[in-house]
Design a protein around this ligand. Structure first.
Ligand code: 5RP
Length: 269
């Protein structure tokens, strides 16, 4: 692995804990103005200081994120269909040159294992990895997004392993209660979990705690942070679980303590 790739990965993963809290705000690329992201800049700006990196599309990055931010950027490079169409019908929509121009620390692409366009999306991952290797750019493969997915360990294990075999440097998937440790064991690259639909804060913290205990390298969480009643408090509570080994009770207590307080004003507006 070259210096550039190592440096980018070192910016994404906290050097003390070895883990990462990524903030996912890319939902609009197929869902439009999602609840909590109707005004992306308002949502994102106060959360940037607490995020190890921001997972975002180029459109929101250019228009709604200050170029003065020090938070590393993970750029979504796949897309195509909307929520009204066939979700697996994705292609590569943002070039590697663009990712480099935007000073991305990594790029992310979805694969749709078991869905209509499984083969094309997996081959797209291969193409992105081929180019990314030339420039030292880490690639995150996003698995198991689909309308009808049975998100059990067997399916998640299959999808994550395929992503790693094709060359992804990191994989994002969902947490499953049963045998998540086996999903992690079967995947030779770090796994981060997506949060999924909004659930009560304590349950989301429990999910993050369970995932970390079973070997996840962090979270790439969106709705359970930005749709929280107190997003800045929630991202800090998630950080406490991921980076500081807080128990769920401790992290929930932290959330409750912080939720009444105003978030620190971000240095970048
Ligand atoms: C959708 C994505 C999202 O970034 C991912 O689902 C994470 O967000 P959430 O925690 O809201 O599920 O990649 O394709």
């Amino acid at each position: 692995m070259g210096w550039g790739m190592k440096n980018r990965l070192a910016r994404i993963f906290n050097q003390n804990s070895g883990k990462t809290v990524m903030l996912a705000v890319d939902h609009g690329y197929f869902q439009g103005p999602t609840t909590g992201l109707k005004q992306p800049r308002e949502t994102i700006t106060p959360l940037l200081p607490y995020s190890d990196c921001l997972f975002v599309t180029r459109g929101v990055l250019r228009n709604c994120v200050s170029p003065a931010t020090n938070t590393p950027i993970f750029l979504r490079v796949s897309g195509g269909p909307s929520v009204l169409g066939e979700l697996s019908n994705e292609d590569i929509i943002t070039s590697m040159k663009e990712a480099l121009r935007l000073n991305a620390a990594g790029v992310g692409i979805s694969i749709f294992v078991g869905e209509k366009n499984e083969d094309r999306t997996i081959s797209n991952l291969g193409k992105v990895v081929n180019e990314a290797e030339e420039y030292g750019m880490p690639v995150l493969a996003i698995t198991a997004v689909g309308k009808e997915m049975a998100r059990d360990a067997r399916y998640l294990g299959l999808a994550c392993r395929i992503a790693a075999e094709i060359g992804a440097h990191m994989v994002k998937t969902y947490y499953c209660e049963e045998d998540f440790d086996k999903v992690v064991e079967g995947c030779p690259v770090p796994i981060v979990i997506a949060g999924g639909k909004k659930i009560p804060e304590r349950e989301a913290l429990q999910m993050a705690y369970n995932a970390i205990s079973k070997g996840a390298a962090g979270v790439d969480m969106g709705r359970n942070i930005f749709q929280s009643e107190a997003p800045a408090a929630m991202v800090q509570a998630v950080r406490a679980v991921v980076h500081e080994n807080y128990t769920v009770n401790e992290a929930f207590e932290l959330f409750n303590q912080l939720k009444g307080k105003k978030a620190v004003s971000s240095v970048v507006e």
